[in-house]
Design a protein around this ligand. Structure first.
Ligand SMILES: [Zn+2]
Length: 307
């Protein structure tokens, strides 16, 4: 059977490399046929097959036509099943077996906290997202037995995490130095006398969208640095101390605004507070300093529709 493995491995790699292979159909399209489904590339399967040795191979006669050998390769979580009818290679299925973890299962992990290889145990936890935009509740994760921090997320937890992420951001809440909200309100007032504080969401949403979709995020730190420096200079010239007052910004947002906001957090790697401050600095530069007619025109139209 060893020779059977070598020949099967050689022939199946040749078939994958040349693109000359067929998929078995039983009246429908087998969803476990990830190659036919376009969910895995031939290159990936070639790598898996190359890494197989005789111990990963199993061969048995086809249940209906015993003259045909059915080959199965199990390796790296993959299950690849095929046979040959000269001159063709036929794939029955090829899919990844997902290992399901249970509470109490154990394993090894590299813990960033402990900076060491540690023992972990799978437990159910509420896990925060790294940008503090909410959490995924009650998902199965691996935790370090040394420091109790989350070190692993099994694939079975992905759908719950994705759903939690989508549901999470319904409002943007932050506490900013009061001067930032004053500047935002001044810019709104410069655009339209009709603009009340309820329209902050509209202005910020407009900017989240513009910045997220035009690779505008890169310029944000510079815009904020310029703004901070100008602020410092004014305080200095008037011999004033940096004001300590803060004000709360709280806005309910729809899914589109949330998506732009999350994209910006991701692109800039800023905290929420830093991002909001930088966006307001940018609004100040465009509306109050440069008096950009395109931006002001857009914002005026939005205000007219919103009020
Ligand atoms: Zn640890």
């Amino acid at each position: 059977m060893k020779d059977g493995f070598r020949k099967a491995r050689h022939d199946v790699i040749a078939a994958l490399e040349s693109g000359n292979y067929l998929h078995v159909a039983r009246g429908d399209i087998e969803v476990k046929n990830l190659l036919a489904m376009g969910e895995v590339t031939a290159e990936v399967l070639i790598r898996v097959v190359r890494s197989c040795s005789g111990v990963h191979h199993h061969c048995s006669p086809h249940h209906a036509v015993p003259a045909i050998d059915v080959h199965v390769l199990k390796r790296l979580g993959w299950y690849i099943k095929f046979y040959f009818i000269e001159p063709d290679t036929w794939f029955i299925s090829e899919y990844q077996i997902m290992k399901i973890f249970f509470e109490g299962d154990t394993g090894k992990a590299l813990c960033e906290q402990c900076q060491a290889l540690v023992q972990m145990r799978y437990v159910r936890r509420d896990v925060l997202f790294s940008d503090s935009q909410g959490q995924a509740k009650d998902v199965l994760v691996g935790v370090c037995l040394g420091c109790d921090s989350v070190v692993a997320i099994p694939p079975q937890s992905t759908p719950a995490i994705r759903e939690a992420r989508k549901q999470q951001l319904k409002s943007i809440e932050a506490r900013l130095p009061a001067v930032y909200l004053d500047v935002l309100d001044a810019a709104m007032h410069a655009v339209s006398n009709d603009a009340g504080a309820s329209l902050r969401k509209l202005f910020l949403g407009y900017y989240f969208h513009a910045l997220a979709h035009a690779q505008g995020a890169a310029g944000l730190p510079a815009a904020h640095a310029t703004f901070s420096a100008a602020l410092e200079q004014q305080l200095h010239m008037r011999a004033l101390a940096t004001p300590a007052a803060t004000r709360r910004l709280s806005m309910k947002v729809n899914a589109h605004v949330a998506q732009d906001y999350l994209a910006l957090l991701q692109a800039t790697q800023m905290s929420q507070t830093e991002l909001l401050k930088a966006v307001i600095a940018r609004i100040q530069a465009d509306v109050l300093e440069a008096r950009d007619p395109a931006v002001i025109g857009d914002l005026q139209r939005l205000v007219h529709l919103a009020i």
